[in-house]
Design a protein around this ligand. Structure first.
Ligand SMILES: Nc1nc2c(ncn2[C@@H]2O[C@H](COP(=O)(O)OP(=O)(O)OP(=O)(O)O)[C@@H](O)[C@H]2O)c(=O)[nH]1
Ligand SMILES: [Mg+2]
Ligand SMILES: [Mg+2]
Length: 318
């Protein structure tokens, strides 16, 4: 009796693991599968089983951030002025405006240096929220426009290889608070880098230091120290530096007040305050309105509440 049970346990322990249902034998052994009515197109179609679904989590804010590849070298090769090249920043902004115009689901974008973050509304269903499709579309649309618009912004400077390319990534933020913190993080980074770069290049260009000497001087300094160096040595009041450089660039649709009511969720008159589902015609109307609304670029604070409170459609629409 005991021996029989022991044998059966032993048998069970060595039973082969069940094969995962989704991966057919032919996918592993590279032999053509038997044709089934569902795979009637060609014997090769089974290779689709290797593709993985990559839809981003529902009901989360999607941020696609693109960043220039090797722009340290690219900017030197094309003679960008230091620390900020107005033409280069204008070109980045112009390309970003085209991306926002092309994709109405982008509610806001923020750019600094060689990067841009594009925010897709948490309700978006664009490309079924497929990560690779969103990231590659936004990145390549931006890159194409950057190349196309180059001569307008650098009429005297031909574009030289290696041509500009951008990488892209998507991150989902589950709450409005997380998204606001992300945007604040990028803008705070802009301020920190700009203060550093402004002081660094003042020491080099006006103070006659080598880049190594300037780097050594700034090592371990705080913001107030850099402000002090700028003011005492170069009579530069950092607060008076252009907002463009201090705040970066915020790109968004500038709706008029009377249009905003069409964009925000309507609350039903019943006791519950759940927003009503929008009908298809309302959604279409919203899309049309988005298409004809000007996309603007501003250099304003997005860390404090004011920007968001004054533009409720950015986070509240849909
Ligand atoms: N002179 C000048 N350089 C700029 C300007 N904007 C961006 N850059 C350069 O672009 C670089 C962007 O930094 P990163 O994105 O961290 O570095 P990267 O060289 O692009 O390298 P990867 O992004 O890792 O490929 C800066 O360090 C600058 O060298 C500008 O307005 N003027
Ligand atoms: Mg870069
Ligand atoms: Mg960068």
């Amino acid at each position: 009796m005991f021996r029989r049970r022991f044998r059966s346990l032993l048998r069970q322990a060595f039973l082969p693991l069940p094969r995962p249902a989704a991966v057919p034998r032919n996918a592993i052994h590279n032999t053509p599968p038997p044709l089934s009515p569902r795979m009637a197109n060609s014997k090769f179609e089974y290779v689709r089983l290797f593709e993985r679904p990559d839809s981003l989590l529902l009901n989360t804010w999607i941020v696609v951030r693109i960043d220039g590849r090797g722009f340290h070298r690219f900017s030197a090769r094309h003679g960008f002025t230091k620390p900020n090249d107005q033409r280069a920043l204008n070109l980045m902004n112009a390309a970003a405006v085209q991306v926002v115009k092309d994709l109405p689901d982008i509610t806001i974008a923020y750019g600094v240096s060689d990067e841009f973050s594009f925010v897709l509304h948490r309700a978006t269903t664009l490309f079924e929220r497929r990560e690779s499709k969103l990231v590659t579309t936004i990145t390549s649309t931006f890159t194409s426009w950057y190349m196309y618009l180059w001569p307008q912004y650098f009429p005297e400077t031909p574009l030289l290889p290696p041509l500009p390319t951008f990488d892209g990534r998507a991150v989902c933020y589950p709450t409005e608070g997380n998204l606001r913190d992300y945007m604040s993080w990028r803008q705070a980074d802009c301020h920190i880098n700009n203060l550093y770069n402004t002081t660094f290049w003042a020491l080099v260009q006006q103070g006659g230091m080598t880049t190594q000497e300037a780097e050594d001087k700034l090592k371990g300094t705080l913001s107030k120290d850099k402000n002090e160096i700028l003011f005492s040595q170069f009579k530069i009041n950092y607060n008076n530096e252009p907002e463009y450089f201090k705040k970066g660039s915020v790109v968004f649709r500038d709706y008029q007040d009377f249009e905003v009511k069409d964009l925000l969720p309507q609350h039903s008159k019943s006791s519950t305050s759940t927003p009503k589902e929008k009908s298809n015609s309302q959604l279409e109307k919203g899309k049309k309105l988005a298409k004809k609304t000007p996309v603007v670029v501003e250099h304003v604070d997005i860390i404090q509440d004011e920007f968001w409170v004054r533009r409720p459609w950015i986070l509240g629409g849909r």
